[in-house]
Design a protein around this ligand. Structure first.
Ligand code: ADP
Length: 261
C-alpha cells in the first residue's frame, strides 16, 4: 500500500526486519547522491571548458573583422582561430567518448585485437607532434600479442597515453612503447623522459579535467580528459592502468588488458 510517506521513513520502518536491508538502502541512496554530485560537477566543468574556446573564437572573429586592412594580422588571427577550433573539436569528441564509457559496463562482444597494430597506429597518430619537437617514438617488447576487447576503445586509450608521452617530453628525447605478455594479461607500457609528475599529484591525474599546473601546460593544448578516458577503457575491459613517475625525469604508464590466447 502506498502510504505517501517519504522513502526515508519507509527505510526506518523496515529496520526491525533486518538492519542489513536498511543499511543497503541507505548506502544505495548515498551512492546515488554521490553519482548525482559527480554528474553535476561534470556538467559544470564541461560548460566551463567549452566556453573557453568558444569565447576565444568569437573574440578572434571580431579581431579579424577589425583588422581587414592588415593581411598579416588577419593571417595570425585566422591561425589562432584554427587552433581553437581544433581544441574545441577534441574536447567535444572526448566528452562524447567519456559519456559512452561512463557506466564502465563490461563489453558485450570482445574481439581479438592486435597489440602491434594498436601500437603502430598510435605512434603514427602522434608522428606530427613528435617530429615537430624531434621526439623519437619507438615500439619495443614482445611482438604478436593479442588482447580481448573493443579495438576502437583500446586504440583511443593507447593513443592518449602515447600522445601524452610526446606532449610532456623534452625536445629531442625518446618515448618507448612496449608490450609484455603475462599469463592472462598484456601490459602495454609507455615510457617517456619528460617532465614527470609531482608525487603529490599522481593520485589526481586520472580525474576528469584535472591537469597538473595548467599554466605550465597551456602550450600543449590538453583538455584534462585523456587519462580519465584511459581509466574507463581499462575498467570496461576488466584491466587497469598504473603510473610510475619521477618529477623532472619521466613517467611510465602501464595499461593492462586481458590477453587473447
Ligand atoms: P591532458 O589533456 O591535459 O594531457 P590528461 O587527462 O591526459 O589531460 O592528463 C592529465 C594531466 O596529467 C596532464 O595535464 C599532465 O599534467 C599530467 N600528465 C599526463 N601524462 C603525463 C606524462 N606522460 N608526463 C607528465 N605529465 C603527464
Amino acid at each position: 500500500r502506498d502510504t505517501g510517506v517519504p522513502s526515508r521513513h519507509v527505510t526506518a520502518r523496515v529496520a526491525p526486519l533486518g538492519s542489513r536491508l536498511v543499511l543497503a538502502l541507505v548506502e544505495d541512496r548515498t551512492r546515488e547522491r554521490r553519482v548525482e554530485a559527480v554528474r553535476r560537477d561534470f556538467v559544470a566543468n564541461v560548460s566551463h571548458e567549452l566556453k573557453t574556446p568558444v569565447g576565444a573564437i568569437a573574440l578572434l572573429a571580431e579581431a579579424v573583422a577589425d583588422a581587414a586592412d592588415d593581411p598579416e594580422a588577419v593571417k595570425r588571427f585566422a591561425g589562432r582561430m584554427g587552433k581553437e577550433s581544433v581544441r574545441l573539436s577534441t574536447l567535444v569528441q572526448q566528452i562524447i567518448e567519456l559519456s559512452r564509457l561512463q557506466g564502465d559496463e563490461p563489453l558485450d562482444q570482445p574481439v581479438r585485437v592486435s597489440v602491434d597494430e594498436v601500437v603502430a597506429s598510435s605512434i603514427d597518430a602522434s608522428a606530427i607532434d613528435a617530429q615537430a619537437r624531434r621526439i623519437t617514438v619507438v615500439a619495443g617488447g614482445e611482438e604478436g600479442l593479442e588482447v580481448l576487447g573493443n579495438a576502437e576503445q583500446i586504440g583511443v586509450a593507447v593513443g592518449n597515453l602515447v600522445a601524452n608521452a610526446v606532449a610532456y617530453s623534452r625536445e629531442g628525447s625518446s618515448v618507448l612503447v612496449s608490450a609484455r605478455g603475462e599469463e592472462d594479461a598484456v601490459d602495454v607500457s609507455i615510457t617517456d623522459q619528460g617532465i614527470g609528475i609531482p608525487a603529490g599529484e599522481i593520485d589526481r591525474i586520472f580525474e576528469r579535467f584535472y591537469r597538473v599546473d595548467p599554466a605550465r601546460h597551456r602550450s600543449t593544448g590538453g583538455t584534462g580528459l585523456g587519462l580519465s578516458i584511459v581509466k574507463h577503457v581499462a575498467a570496461t575491459h576488466g584491466g587497469d592502468v598504473r603510473v610510475w613517475s619521477v618529477e623532472g625525469q619521466g613517467s611510465t604508464f602501464t595499461l593492462t588488458l586481458p590477453r587473447a590466447l
